[in-house]
Ligand binder design. Structure first.
Ligand code: SAH
Length: 578
């Protein structure tokens, strides 16, 4: 929510809390002074959200006569006189009051109170999916919450978050029929009216290609597009974009029609369009803009299924048509989130990672990591877990699910891009899926914070696992790090079957550093059984190192200071600073 937030208070305590919020968010807030009835009325009309430092009862009476409807009312949050609670009162979803209550709670140290049922049990509100929604939202939501059977009829694959819907296959196996009592969530771009007990979600799955001669009127273009959709039985609410050739990017008829449809205009070069194979090429656009097809080619250039071949506008005055259009259903575009879970502790899992876990319908990961976050998943999330060593298979599975149009989260500990799943997954993926990366706190950083400040100057991470990398390569890198006087963090330092690599690597470093160079050993950083010790190159006890451990070796300037490992930022920097 970026809109203005109106602040209203009545008492001295309320005003004090109000001022703290105003100071924290100077650009987002406006204080409404004067008699509260009048202040609330003005703020209600001018702001996207309200925070009232008043009793809920008082606010209910004040806003009741002003309420218009869920979609248009501002979100209203109440903070009690004691500043203990931030209550989302009105507009929890559409008005953003639930989110605002959480934010206000954070600033004021108050407990957010959210009572909309979908948030309380982890079911995403059907009106919060970012898709146009029609039909019996209240009825279907209640059925989801009550655990009644709700069928998902996805006519178009689309990356929805997990919904606790009845699995179609199970139903078939049990011999149950879709009797009329069942609730349905229908995901479709067809122009169907929602039936009783049905919600229709509109995926942005249609691309409308448009060509127009100079000066084509907006109404002619819009009429053509709407007519084409209507005749093909398609919903105008599923149109994602209007596509055309670069030369027409500023054509007022096209720009105006897209505006009225509420979608962007996307353009392509004539060369790109000329390469698309289309059913109805012609000479006119070839001469005018350099491609034998504009409407069909622009709609098809990113692939998909041609639902409406090129058609021309009809003019009442009988003059030649000035616009053409074609409609394509674009291929499913799944979503792969590659999510780092951090080193272990729940509070080192980022809010963004948490949001992505709840955004996913399919979760792919190593079983022990899945266990770490299972409680955060939405009910209905499909979990595909596997054991150690199945990395490639996990990567392939995650990408294949995304290609099917699913919303997938692929998880890894620490950062998912550091010796983890991101690279094998992205090596598999092509540009037909969206990929979102969420960084995580990697082991070297978690360990560094425990040890002190070992990474204060140039540093490197080296994995000692020779499973996928020949030892000669690893040794060459250790040697280079030794010569370059880099601080080194060893990942995968030692396992039961792999015990000679770490002493070998340490010996190489010892060739360039004092025997007293500090070495930090951190095991299970941020987990329940965390342990750490600070030692040095000559006294490191190998028995303290296993696969749950990282080992950080200082450079020639690293010192132990008050039991902490400190690598100076460089002598010159310190002198200049003095
Ligand atoms: N993606 C992970 C690293 C995977 S490689 C990350 O970014 O942290 C696995 C190695 O990471 C382990 O052998 C160990 O050396 C290190 N490691 C991962 N988590 C750790 C933790 N909590 N404490 C100490 N070392 C850890």
């Amino acid at each position: 929510m970026t809109g203005l937030i109106g602040l209203i208070s009545a008492t001295a305590a309320g005003a004090a809390a109000r001022d703290r919020l105003a100071a924290a968010w100077p650009d987002r807030t406006r204080v409404y002074d004067g008699p509260v009835r009048d202040a609330v009325r003005r703020a209600f009309g001018e702001c996207e959200q309200l925070v009232c430092f008043l009793a809920t009862g008082a606010v209910v009476r004040l806003v009741a006569p002003l309420l218009g409807g869920k979609a248009s009312d501002p979100g209203v949050v109440c903070v009690d006189e004691g500043g203990r609670f931030a209550v989302s009162l009105v507009g929890g979803h559409a008005g953003g009051a639930n989110e605002l209550a959480r934010e206000v709670g954070e600033v004021l140290g108050a407990e957010p109170v959210v009572t909309t049922a979908t948030d309380a049990v982890g079911v995403p509100g059907l009106d919060t999916l970012g898709l146009p929604v029609e039909g019996d939202v209240a009825g279907v939501t209640r059925a989801l919450l009550d655990g009644e059977p709700v069928a998902l009829e996805a006519e178009v694959p689309w990356p929805l978050p997990a919904l606790p819907v009845t699995d179609g296959r199970d139903e078939a196996e049990e011999g149950a029929s879709g009797d009329e009592g069942d609730y349905v969530i229908r995901l479709t771009d067809r122009a169907v009216e929602p039936a009783e007990r049905e919600v229709v979600l509109r995926p942005p799955s249609l691309v409308v290609g448009v060509g127009a001669s100079k000066g084509a009127p907006v109404d002619e273009v819009l009429g053509l597009v709407e007519g084409a959709l209507r005749d093909a039985g398609l919903s105008v609410r599923s149109v994602a974009e209007v596509a055309t050739v670069d030369a027409k990017a500023g054509e007022p008829g096209i720009v105006g029609a897209a505006e009225r449809l509420g979608v962007p205009v996307v353009t392509y070069t004539a060369e790109e369009l000329a390469e698309v194979t289309v059913p109805n090429p012609s000479d006119a656009p070839l001469a005018a803009v350099g491609t034998p097809s504009v409407a069909e080619a622009a709609a098809l250039v990113r692939g998909g299924e041609l639902l409406v071949p090129k058609r021309k506008s009809e003019r009442a005055d009988g003059r030649p048509a000035m616009a053409t259009c074609a409609v394509v259903r674009r291929p499913a575009r799944g979503r792969l989130a590659v999510v780092g879970l951090g080193p272990g502790a729940r509070d080192l899992l980022t809010p963004r990672a948490r949001a992505e876990l709840r955004r996913a319908a399919v979760l792919v990961g190593l079983d022990q990591y899945v266990d770490q976050i299972r409680d955060l998943l939405r009910p209905g999330t499909r979990v595909l877990q596997s054991g150690l060593g199945a990395e490639e298979e996990r990567a392939r599975t995650a990408v294949a699910e995304a290609r099917r149009g699913q919303a997938v989260a692929l998880i890894g500990s620490g950062d998912a891009g550091v010796y983890a799943m991101a690279s094998p997954a992205l090596a598999e993926a092509s540009d037909d899926i969206d990929v979102v990366g969420v960084p995580g706190v990697t082991a070297a950083l978690a360990a560094g914070a425990i040890l002190g400040a070992p990474l204060g100057h140039d540093h490197v991470s080296i994995s000692l696992s020779d499973l996928h990398t020949p030892w000669e390569v690893i040794e060459r890198r250790v040697r280079a790090a030794a010569e370059a006087d880099l601080v080194v963090t060893f990942y995968n330092p030692r396992s039961r079957g792999r015990d000679w690599q770490l002493p070998k690597a340490l010996a190489i470093l010892a060739g360039h550093r004092e025997p007293t160079t500090p070495v930090g050993v951190v095991r299970n950083a941020s987990r329940a059984d965390e342990s750490s010790r600070l030692t040095d190159l000559e006294s490191l006890d190998l028995a303290t190192v296993d696969m749950m451990t990282v080992v950080t070796v200082g450079n020639t300037a690293t010192r132990e200071i008050a039991g902490r490992m400190v690598t100076p930022r460089g002598y010159r920097w310190q002198e200049r600073d003095r």
